[in-house]
Ligand binder design. Structure first.
Ligand code: ADP
Ligand code: MG
Length: 389
C-alpha cells in the first residue's frame, strides 16, 4: 500500500481525496464530527505540501439527489475546523464542477456533493470513475470506513490515477488492525459482544486462530449459552446463531480459550424503565431476557483485559443505551481504558459506548470503520485498500 510518504512533489497539484464524511446529522447540522476531525491530518499535510484539494465522500443512502443528504453541513463544519478556504461544489461531476476544480488555489479545498447522488458510484461505473479521475493529478484514499466497498470513488478511480496513496487515517487503521492480527503483544484478548453471532462468526473464527482468550458478552452470549443447554428465556437468540455457536464450541480446545458470562442482569423487556434484576447464574427464567453481563462476569473480563498485552474490543456487553443495563459495558470500557497493553476498539456502537463514558481518548486506537474493520479482521481483502497497492 502506497502512503503519503511515497508521493512526489505536490506543490500546485490537484489531489482528489476520498474522505469518510458520512456523519450523523441533526436538523441540518453535523451531530458528531469525529469522522471529519479524523481526516484533518491528511487534509492539513496535503495543504502544507501546496496541494489543491478536491474532497469526495458519500453521506447516507440517497435514492436520488435528496437535498437533506447534501454535503453542505459537512463542508461548513470542515471550514470551521481548518483555515482552508472550503467551497461546496454544485454537484459531483459536470462542467461546473470541473471549472471549480480548475480555479482552486494552493491549499484551497473543493468539497464535491454527495457522491451517491450519482447512481454509478455504488456500481463502480467506469465512466464515473473516469470523470472523478479527470478532476485530479493525484488520488488519496483516507476513507477507511468505505474501504470494504468497491465503488467508483474508492476503487475504480484509484485504478485510473497512476499516482495514488493511502491517507494517514487509512494507513493507521490498516497498520494497527494488521498489527493486532499479525504481531500482537501477548496475551491477545478479544472482547466480542453486540447483537448477532451470524454477522460476526468469521471474526470469532479468526480470533479463535490468533487470540489467546475470547471474552463473549452482549446478546452474542445467548446462542453460546443455549448451545450449552442453558435456558435463555426471551433473550435475543436466533436459532441459526445457536447452530453456529454449537459448531464453534464443538471445534473444541484448539485455539483461543472462549469465556462466557457466569452471571447476568435480566428484565422483562428491552426498555429504559424495565426493572433490572441481578441473576447470579446464566439460566434465564421464562418470560425474562438477559440485557447485560453481571458484576462477577464484568470483574473477570476486566481482569483478563488488565493482564492483556493487546486487547481488541468489538460489541457492547449489554443494552448499554439503556442506563439500567449499561454497567457491564461501562466496566469493560473502563478496563480497556485503564489497560496497560495496546487497546484497539472497532464497531459503531462500541465507539458510541466509549464516547458515552468519556473514554474515547483513553484507547490506543478507536477505529472509524465498523464494517471495514471487521472485514479486515475476517481476513477479507478490502477493495479500496487493494487498489492502492
Ligand atoms: P458494534 O456496532 O459495536 O459492532 P453491534 O451493532 O453488534 O455493535 O451491537 C450493538 C447493539 O447490541 C446495541 O444496540 C445493544 O443494545 C445491543 N445489545 C447488546 N447486548 C444486548 C442484549 N443482551 N440484548 C439485546 N441487545 C443487546
Ligand atoms: Mg452496530
Amino acid at each position: 500500500m502506497k502512503t503519503l510518504r511515497d508521493l512526489g512533489e505536490l506543490d500546485g497539484k490537484r489531489v482528489l481525496v476520498r474522505v469518510d464524511f458520512n456523519v450523523p446529522l441533526d436538523g441540518g447540522e453535523v451531530a458528531d464530527d469525529t469522522r471529519i476531525r479524523a481526516a484533518l491530518p491528511t487534509i492539513e499535510e496535503l495543504r502544507r505540501r501546496g496541494a489543491r484539494l478536491v474532497l469526495v465522500s458519500h453521506l447516507g443512502r440517497p435514492k436520488d439527489r435528496e437535498p437533506e443528504l447534501s454535503m453542505r453541513p459537512a463542508a461548513d463544519r470542515l471550514a470551521k475546523l481548518t483555515e482552508a478556504q472550503v467551497t461546496l461544489a454544485p454537484g459531483v461531476v459536470g462542467p461546473d464542477v470541473q471549472a471549480f476544480a480548475k480555479n482552486l488555489a494552493r491549499g484551497d479545498v473543493l468539497m464535491l456533493e454527495n457522491v451517491r447522488y450519482e447512481p454509478g458510484e455504488t456500481k463502480n461505473d467506469p465512466e464515473l470513475a473516469r470523470t472523478l479521475a479527470d478532476l485530479a493529478d493525484v488520488y488519496v484514499n483516507d476513507a477507511f470506513g468505505a474501504a470494504h466497498r468497491a465503488h467508483a470513488s474508492t476503487e475504480g478511480v484509484a485504478r485510473l490515477v497512476a499516482e495514488h496513496a493511502a491517507g494517514l487515517l487509512l494507513e493507521r487503521e490498516v497498520t494497527t488492525l494488521n498489527g493486532v492480527l499479525e504481531n500482537p503483544a501477548r496475551p491477545l484478548v478479544a472482547v466480542l459482544g453486540g447483537a448477532k453471532v451470524s454477522d460476526k462468526i468469521a471474526v470469532i473464527e479468526r480470533f479463535r486462530e490468533v487470540a489467546d482468550t475470547i471474552l463473549i458478552g452482549g446478546a452474542m452470549c445467548f446462542p453460546f449459552l443455549a448451545a450449552q443447554g442453558h435456558a435463555v428465556g426471551t433473550s435475543l437468540c436466533a436459532a441459526e446463531d445457536v447452530e453456529l455457536a454449537r459448531k464453534l464450541l464443538a471445534a473444541g480446545s484448539s485455539g483461543a480459550e472462549l469465556q462466557l458470562p457466569v452471571d447476568l442482569v435480566i428484565a422483562e423487556r428491552f426498555a429504559a424503565d424495565a426493572a433490572p434484576q441481578p441473576l447470579d447464574a446464566v439460566d434465564v427464567p421464562e418470560g425474562m431476557m438477559g440485557l447485560d453481563i453481571g458484576p462477577r462476569t464484568a470483574q473477570a473480563y476486566a481482569s483478563e483485559i488488565g493482564g492483556a498485552g493487546t486487547v481488541f474490543w468489538n460489541g457492547p456487553m449489554g443494552a448499554f443505551e439503556l442506563e439500567p443495563f449499561a454497567a457491564g459495558t461501562r466496566a469493560v470500557a473502563q478496563a480497556v481504558a485503564d489497560a496497560p497493553g495496546v487497546t484497539v476498539v472497532g464497531g459503531g456502537d462500541s465507539a458510541a459506548a466509549l464516547v458515552r463514558f468519556g473514554l474515547e481518548d483513553r484507547v490506543t486506537h478507536l477505529s472509524t470503520g465498523g464494517g471495514a474493520a471487521l472485514e479486515l479482521i475476517e481476513g477479507r481483502v478490502l477493495p479500496g485498500v487493494e487498489a492502492l497497492a
